[in-house]
Design a protein around this ligand. Structure first.
Ligand SMILES: Cc1ncc(C[n+]2csc(CCOP(=O)(O)OP(=O)(O)O)c2C)c(N)n1
Ligand code: SF4
Ligand SMILES: [Mg+2]
Length: 351
């Protein structure tokens, strides 16, 4: 573990984004995770995505639960708002924050223990309610922080470091998210930054609950032969259905594609997603097809990755509830406390 502070001075020639920020402005504290932990690569992908999208750090709220994965928001976006909640409770705290202030970009970071065990109910509800957020699940198949017990996402038949075989069926979080009505569902691998960064960027632009399950090997407790979440296993069994290219609305698109190989999906905010199909038959806008494909490939021992499902017509919780469009912190006392006359009216309407 290291508590060395990062140097504050930056080299003057570091590349800057549209806002004049360098990548260093999107970093956080020095990581205290084990060297080689997949979670650190996800933090690096998040830094890259926020830098490239030129999102103002103070407009971001990052929330997490408990676990090595949930510690990571300390290691990126050091100038953003942060809330390390109770174990498994990130979704409800994030929902409350989002309802009070919709003007921030919401990032939820969680682990497989945090989301698929103690927080399973919270995970299901935040997906079905369409809370406008990017939910990143850093999935290593174990409770890393508490020394490597199998988590609920460990595959049946996979082997623990000390040789025990997991007998329980795994919770497949992408399938559950689809079942719960999530409108953006992707799976990726911490060791594939080229796939992960555009998925993060598109997830941030999505209106509603965007979910990315990122297989993120735990080098301390789940990276041995017999594990199905190790670097070696995922490199060998990774089957990408598509490759995503993402352009924010202000950028011109100037790449040529061969006809028929690409699906173009415009987003609410004017940004464009282009999906290069690596499986020509795969249609990411068909929820049932996505669910079937995930299971069919799993039966062959393959881990399907890429953008698995997208509903381009999605709406978020604010649209469902028809909420007032202004963030609470922008309202005055008069609007926040409209008086006893208004309360009387509301009560009368409920009688
Ligand atoms: C209410 C409560 N129960 C149990 C724990 C112990 N605990 C801490 S982290 C953790 C699991 C973390 O696993 P995961 O979310 O997969 O994160 P990882 O460390 O693998 O990244 C558990 C059970 C706790 N902190 N709080
Ligand atoms: S115990 Fe596992 S999950 Fe936790 S920091 Fe180490 S490698 Fe990462
Ligand atoms: Mg875990």
């Amino acid at each position: 573990m290291t508590y060395l502070a990062k140097p504050k001075l930056h080299h003057p020639s570091l590349p800057k984004n549209r806002l004049g920020f360098t990548r260093r402005d999107y970093e956080g504290k020095v990581s205290t995770l084990c060297a080689g932990c997949g979670h650190d690569s996800i933090s690096a992908a998040l830094i890259e995505a926020f830098f490239e999208l030129a999102i103002e750090p103070h407009k971001v709220a990052k929330l997490s639960g408990i676990g090595c994965s949930s510690k990571t928001p300390d290691y990126f976006l050091g100038q953003s708002h942060g809330f390390n909640t109770v174990h498994g409770r990130m979704p409800s705290v994030l929902t409350g924050a989002n309802l009070a202030n919709r003007d921030l970009v919401y990032l939820g970071v969680s682990g497989d223990g945090d989301s698929a065990s103690i927080g399973l109910g919270q995970f299901a509800h935040v997906m079905r309610r369409g809370v406008n957020m990017l939910y990143i699940l850093e999935n290593n198949g174990v409770y890393g922080l508490t020394k490597g017990q199998f988590s609920a996402t460990a595959d049946a038949g996979s082997k623990a470091k000390r040789g025990a075989i997991n007998k329980d069926a795994a919770i497949v979080t992408v399938s559950l998210a689809l079942l719960m009505g999530a409108t953006y569902v992707a799976r990726s691998f911490s060791g594939d930054k080229k796939q992960l960064v555009p998925l993060i960027k598109a997830g941030l632009a999505h209106s509603g609950a965007a979910f990315i399950d990122v297989i993120s090997p735990c080098v301390a407790f789940n990276n041995h032969a017999g594990s199905t979440k190790s670097y070696e296993y995922i490199r060998e069994h990774n089957e990408a259905v598509n490759r995503l290219d993402f352009w924010p609305n202000r950028e011109a698109i100037n790449i040529d594609y061969s006809e028929g190989s690409v699906i173009e999906v415009p987003q609410h905010d004017g940004s464009i997603m282009k999906l290069r199909k690596t499986h020509p038959e795969y249609d990411p806008t068909d929820r049932i097809n996505a669910m079937t494909n995930i299971q069919q490939h799993a039966a062959k021992g393959e881990v399907l990755t890429g953008l698995l499902y997208l509903n381009p017509e999605s709406e978020d919780l604010h649209a469902h509830l028809n909420t007032f469009p202004t963030a609470f912190n922008m309202l005055g006392a008069k609007e926040l406390c409209p008086g006893s006359g208004m309360l009387e009216k509301i009560n009368a309407a409920l009688r």
